[in-house]
Design a protein around this ligand. Sequence first.
Ligand code: ZN
Length: 256
Amino acid sequence: MEVLIVILGLLFGSFLNVCIARLPRHESIARPRSRCPRCGAAIAAWDNIPVLSYLLLRGRCRACRKPISWRYPAVEIILPLLWLLCWAWFGLTIHGIGMAVLCFLLLGLAVMDAETMRLPDAFTLPGIVLGIVYSGAICGKWARCAALSLGWAASFAGLILAIAGIYWLLRRRSGMGLGDAKLMAMIAAWLGPSQGVLVLFLGVVAAAIYGLALSVSRRKMEGSVALPFGAFLCVAGIYTLFVGQRIIYWYLGFFH
Ligand SMILES: [Zn+2]
């Protein structure tokens, strides 16, 4: 079983790399064939084997010898690891398969936001729909649970837009965008309100620590650096989907 999960993870990780490279630029993920982004040479099938080709080519394009981004093998290694964790944590259940899909979406969105500051609709909008379907599927009363999931998605999108609006009024600068609202709606559709709040909290704290560390290391405060806030939400989402329930029980324990 583990071997099958790793092979599937490598293949989907490779597909995720294609999505990451093309979706933020509104290019088709179906065609053309993969090309070297530097010299445009088509990549042969035998040079497109996940992780292995990167190692055999020693991280360089066969045609132009320019370096290939380490992001490619990194995504191809991280996705199978996350899928193994899903399997170990939740088993081969609707819960486990659902969380594996959510890991795929969140890992892709994290890298896209970090690289391009974009969170493509091609991931967030189907992600919201899948989250509603998933919430209905794992619950006995599917219609009621799916409707609740939709409601939480809308509420969290509204919350992000409200925070963004207040921030704009105070600072005349946009800190979060529509993409962050759709991302948060997706996370709430999958994980529900309590884990949604936890993701938002952890994402804000992580982004604040990162921003602070960045401003200290750069010393001079010439204008502020735009942070890929969505990437922090995605990482917080992946963390929360594994351990969020435990953190919430631990926290609620203080009130008993
Ligand atoms: Zn090349």
